[in-house]
Structures are given as C-alpha cells and as structure tokens.
Design a binder for this molecule. Structure first.
Ligand code: NAD
Length: 435
C-alpha cells in the first residue's frame, strides 16, 4: 500500500518504519526540516530500540522516504496517517491545531482518487467528526475520502516491538471500504482487530490510558498506607497481581507517572467529559495522587538527609521511564526543581536522556556515568529504573557517597541487601524506612 505518515515523532516514525518493514511504500512527513535531513541519512532523532536499523533497511530497499512536502506525499498515497502531537492547552483540552494544519493541506490534495485519512494521534472523542468536517470544508465538492480512527498503544522504550506485536488493533470506521483497507494493512501483524465506530475507538484510547494511570495512582496510594502501617507494597502488589482480574502490570509503586501521554490524556479526558456534561471526579483524584507522590518523595529526602542547602545530590535517571530518552513530563523535572529550591546542588546522569534533559533542566551538572555522578555527592536518588542501575557496584557507590544514603524512587533494590551492605536505603512503601 502507498502510505503517508504525517509526524516523525515517537508514534509516526515508529509506525512509518514498521509499515515499511511490512512491505508497504511509506512516505514520512514532518515540518521539522532538521529531523527530515537526519532521517534521510538513516539517523533516528529519537532513541528507540531497533528503530534506526528498520529505517536504514527500508531506505536501502527504497520502501521509505522522508520529506517536508505533505502536498506531494498526499498526492502519491492512498492512506494518510495523522500522527502529529496533540499537546495540552492550559485548560487541559487537547490542542488540535497541528491536526488542523495537516487536515487543511491534505484536503486540498484530494482530487479524483480516493484517500483514507486515519487519525493515529490521541484525540478527544468527536475529533474524527471534526476532521471529516474540516476535510469537507477545504476539499473540492464530493471529493472521495473516508476518515478512520486507529489509536496507537505502543509504549516508548519498546515501541517497535509493541507496534509489531500489539495486544489488539482498534479501528474505528464508517465505511466498508475503509474497514477493508485497514484490515489488509494490519493483516500481517496477526493481532486481533476490533472494528468499532469512530467515536468509540477514540474513547477506547482515552479510557485505556486513564485506566492504567488510575492503576498506578492506586498502588501509589497503597504504598503510603504500607509505609504508615510498616507493611511492604511490593508484597501487597505481588499478592494483588496474582488475581487475574487485577493482573500484575502497572502495580509498581514509585514517584508517579509522567511522559507525554498519561498526564495529557488524563487532562484531555477530564476536559472532554466535562464538556459532554459528566464530571469525571475519579480521574481528578488520579491526577492529584500523582502530583502528591512526587512531593511525598521530596519530603522524605528532606527528612532523612537534613538541610539540603549544603548538600550535593546525585540523581540517577532523568527520562520519564527506562529505555527512552523522552523527558516530557518526567517526574525528575519536578523533583530536581524541588531539591534545587531547597538549596541542593544537583549532579545527574542518565544513560540516554541527557541531550534532551539539557533543554529542560538547567543549572545542574551532567555526568558521564553513575559513579562519577555519585563521587563527591552527599547522597543519591534513583528516579528512573534503568537496567544498568540494577547492576551497579553498590559497594563502590557506598564509598563514593558522603552520607552513605540512597533514595530509591523506583524500588529497584531489596532493602535486606542494602542493610547488609551498610547503605542507608529509603524506598517507596516498604518497611525499610518510612516517612
Ligand atoms: P512527537 O512530538 O514525538 O511527534 C510529533 C511530530 O509531529 C513532531 O516531529 C512534529 O515536528 C511533527 N509535526 C507537527 N506538526 C506537523 C505538521 N503540520 N506536519 C508534519 N509534521 C508535523 O509526538 P508523539 O509522541 O509521536 O505523539 C504523537 C501523537 O500520538 C500524540 O497525540 C500522542 O498522544 C499519541 N501517542 C503517543 C504515544 C507515545 O508513546 N509517545 C503513544 C501513543 C499515542
């Protein structure tokens, strides 16, 4: 199939590269000329396992091309995926202006041949209707097109593998033709495809992300009860997770969720629910608990480490989660800012996120590895559960930290082991040391 994917970000680029690897002819479009120039040379502007290899293979076989020219890409394609950003506005609503810009250009290029325009970006319910109306307004009369909704569920950090091995594919359509095209396109993936109407597909995405965010806030709330009662949230989560109705995923207590999706999708879902006449109180509390969890962690640091004005803190992990370089809404940003406000000096290290961190975190010292980060610091704080932190030589870390104190916002070590090592260890919701 001839496909255009608009937006070369985490979703668009991964989708484009994967569609090309499945044998389609793909044009990836972005307004960012620098990104496009990098991609033409086979270099990925984002860190995602396996992505650069896929791009290079498809460039070699001429299955993929990169351009800033959306008009020409649209003319040469049958299916146009919109995968541009939908960032939050200050009032929580999703900013659909990027989608609108794309839609207008695409509309002008629909001449005699049918085009299927697919919303892949995460959007509030009823956006499909609005895209259809926008296309109709800007295209010539009776231009042949359909709109479909195909929300994406990939996770940053395992995006290529998630795209190629999804639990399910959701496709919202209004016509048999659109359904058949989407069916053919996804047939090679051998995953269940659920066809719905467009509005239901849009809600499935928001509802799924909100549900997962709620699960995280739930276990974080439980972690606070565990600390107060001197119980162990890891044991509680293991016990809960064995119930197949609950499941063990997303039951890791920590410093809260971040990233470009959960916070923005929650606020957009709350906003659209309100607009539709329903006050989604549950999700407001999910947000509240998430914000509170970062503050509780900073309080714990302050209580155990003492006055922070003369202290240097080694921060290990900046990305909002491991295996990605994405810093959008990373809890590290708020936590570091709170520590700095209390007078602490920050040294930090992340295996992949430092280039992106430099654009959002100023006035901190970036280090080359965990050990140089800890050297001369009073104590360390783990904010992202990168695998390499799990394998640190903790005896060495202990000798490098003046206070022999380690805060773990992701529960990556066993408290017993730390006790034996002689490291004072404070984690989340475990009897090691409470608030
Ligand atoms: P991103 O910011 O990484 O990428 C968006 C890209 O779109 C950027 O490269 C930007 O330059 C480009 N762009 C903006 N306007 C454009 C235009 N008019 N024409 C061409 N390109 C344009 O965003 P992302 O993380 O890939 O997210 C995209 C959408 O997918 C969002 O709605 C997001 O909620 C959703 N989503 C994201 C994830 C994720 O894990 N990141 C997962 C599922 C869904």
């Amino acid at each position: 199939m001839k496909i255009t994917v608009v937006g070369c970000g985490y979703v668009g680029l991964v989708s484009g590269a994967c569609f090309a690897s499945l044998g389609n002819q793909v044009i990836c479009v972005d307004v960012d000329a620098k990104k496009v120039a990098m991609l033409k040379k086979g270099r990925s502007p984002i860190y995602e396992q396996g992505l650069e290899g896929l791009i290079q293979d498809s460039l070699r076989t001429k299955r993929i091309e990169f351009t800033t020219d959306l008009g020409s890409a649209t003319r040469r394609s049958d299916v146009i995926f919109i995968a541009v950003g939908t960032p939050p506005k200050p009032n929580g609503d999703a900013d659909l202006s990027y989608i609108e810009n794309v839609t207008r250009v695409v509309a002008k290029e629909i001449k005699n041949s049918y085009k299927l325009i697919v919303e892949k970006s995460t959007v509030p319910v009823q956006t499909g209707l609005w895209i259809k109306a926008t296309l109709a307004r800007h295209a010539r009369k009776n231009a042949p097109f359909d709109v479909a909704s195909n929300p994406e569920f990939l996770r940053e950090g395992s995006a290529v593998s998630d795209f190629l091995n999804p639990d399910r594919i959701i496709v919202g359509t209004e016509s048999k033709k659109a359904r058949e095209i989407m069916h053919d396109l996804y047939r090679p993936l051998k995953a269940p495809i659920l066809f719905t109407d467009i509005k239901s597909a849009e809600i499935i995405k928001h509802a799924s992300n909100s549900f997962l965010a709620a699960k995280i806030s739930f276990i974080n709330a439980i972690s606070n009860i565990c600390e107060a009662a001197k119980a162990d949230v890891e044991q509680v989560a293991a016990g809960m997770g064995l119930d197949h109705r609950i499941g063990k995923e997303f039951l890791s207590a920590g410093i809260g969720f971040g990233g470009s999706c959960f916070p923005k999708d929650l606020s957009a879902f709350i906003y659209i629910s309100n607009k539709l006449g329903y006050d989604f109180k549950l999700l407001k509390v999910v947000e509240e608990i998430n914000e509170e969890q970062k503050k509780i962690f900073v309080k714990k640091i302050r209580k155990a480490a003492g006055d922070l004005r003369s202290k240097t803190v080694a921060v290990l992990g900046l990305a909002f989660k491991p295996n990605t370089d994405d810093m959008r809404c990373a809890p590290s940003v708020d936590i570091i800012s709170a520590l700095k406000q209390q007078g602490a000096k920050i040294r930090c290290y992340d295996p992949h996120a430092i280039p992106k961190a430099k654009t959002v975190l100023k006035g901190v010292t970036y280090c080359q590895d965990s050990y140089s980060c800890c050297e001369g610091s009073d104590f360390a704080v783990i904010l992202t559960e990168w695998h390499e932190f799990k394998e640190l030589d903790l005896k060495r870390v202990k000798t490098l930290l003046k206070q022999r104190l380690l805060f773990d916002g992701r529960n990556i070590y066993e408290p017993e082991r730390m006790k034996k090592l002689g490291l004072r260890y404070i984690s989340i919701g475990r009897a090691s040391e409470g608030r």
